[in-house]
Design a protein around this ligand. Structure first.
Ligand code: ADP
Length: 324
């Protein structure tokens, strides 16, 4: 049986009184992409740095490709790292940048360059091998950084907010590029991000982190459809019910709002109201706020509210009344 690309066992790391990572256990299968998702400061980078060997955990074990690397320095761990700022060497060509990793791991110049060309082909940048980083667009630099990690032939790639320095349009495009690329590379990928859309678009599984702890781990679609706690739901941009005065409608976690023909979206918070309710549900196009009459709000309490949605806008409520 193939060893997982990464196994974390009860990893903990403190900085003084701050518990940056607390009892974190997580597996990334061979060839699997897992997103470590949580708000800023929750400990994602700490976990990543412990895996890369840039930080020593206080407790726990790190295994890469079935090998215990907990006590090893970064260069002996065989992981490929892609930082937020790409950290390309400005004086080296694209080829030189990508060949650097294999060179550092003892490959001869010819072999290192062959591996670099192969990795550049994988990210679709063979033609730019002779350029310097300053002559690249943001998206191209991002792919060079990825090729550099790929060229190390590591079973595990670590990506720290890989799209955070790009503009929104480019991010959207690269999200779909990256997913295909991860498939072709065949390495396990641990992706650190605070962006729910990035996690959903890129990862098969999502590990949600809060204040140093993993609070929910599961297939991406399942985590988004069934957040384990109100906090996870809120972080994912899910339901909020703002109260009107009084109380009839009871929205309980099992309730769902169905958007068009899509899957039901869960409503997690519940607030009684007799005059109406405002409900925010998750939607692939972004959070969507609905204003419901008392009758509609009451209707959700026991069943389903069917809505027609187009590009994030509610077009029809059940009685064809415009929302709000
Ligand atoms: P994230 O990557 O999710 O934004 P980090 O892992 O960077 O979170 O940080 C987790 C917590 O640990 C934060 O409270 C942060 O301030 C603290 N922290 C991170 N690195 C250090 C450090 N070198 N020294 C002291 N505190 C740190």
């Amino acid at each position: 049986m193939t060893s997982p690309a990464l196994s974390l066992h009860h990893l903990s790391k403190r900085y003084g009184p701050t518990r940056a990572a607390e009892d974190v256990s997580l597996t990334v299968g061979a060839g699997e992409t897992v997103a470590l998702l949580g708000p800023s400061g929750c400990g994602k980078s700490t976990v990543l740095r412990c895996v890369a060997g840039l930080e020593r955990p206080d407790a726990g074990r790190v295994e890469v490709g079935g090998r215990d690397v907990t006590g090893l320095p970064p260069e002996a761990r065989h992981v490929g790292l892609v930082f937020q700022d790409y950290a390309l060497f400005p004086h080296l060509t694209v080829l030189g940048n990508v060949a650097y990793g294999p060179r550092m791991r003892g490959a001869g110049r010819r072999e290192a360059e062959a591996r670099a060309r192969e990795a550049l082909a994988l990210v679709g940048l063979e033609a730019l091998a002779g350029r310097k980083p300053a002559q690249l667009s943001g998206g191209q630099a991002q792919r060079v950084a990825l090729a550099r990690a790929v060229a190390t032939h590591s079973p595990l790639l670590l990506l720290d907010e890989p799209l955070s320095n790009l503009d929104e349009q480019l991010r959207a495009r690269l999200r779909s590029d990256l997913r295909g690329l991860f498939g072709r590379v065949g390495a396990g990928v641990l992706l650190v991000t605070h962006d729910q859309r990035e996690a959903l678009a890129l990862a098969a599984r999502v590990a949600v982190m809060r204040a140093g702890r993993l609070v929910q781990v599961g297939p991406a679609a399942e985590v988004f459809a069934r957040p384990a706690t109100a906090w996870v739901a809120a972080f994912l941009g899910h339901a909020n019910v703002l109260p009107g005065p009084g109380g009839v409608a009871r929205l309980v976690p099992e309730d769902a709002v169905r958007l068009g023909e899509g899957d039901p979206c869960p409503v997690t918070a519940h607030q009684p109201t007799d005059t109406g309710a405002e409900v925010t549900v998750a939607h692939p196009l972004g959070p969507l706020t609905l204003h419901l009459s008392a009758r509609e709000a009451a209707g959700i309490g026991g069943g389903r509210l069917r809505l027609s949605v187009h590009e994030g806008r509610v077009l029809t409520l059940p009685d064809d009344r415009e929302p709000g």
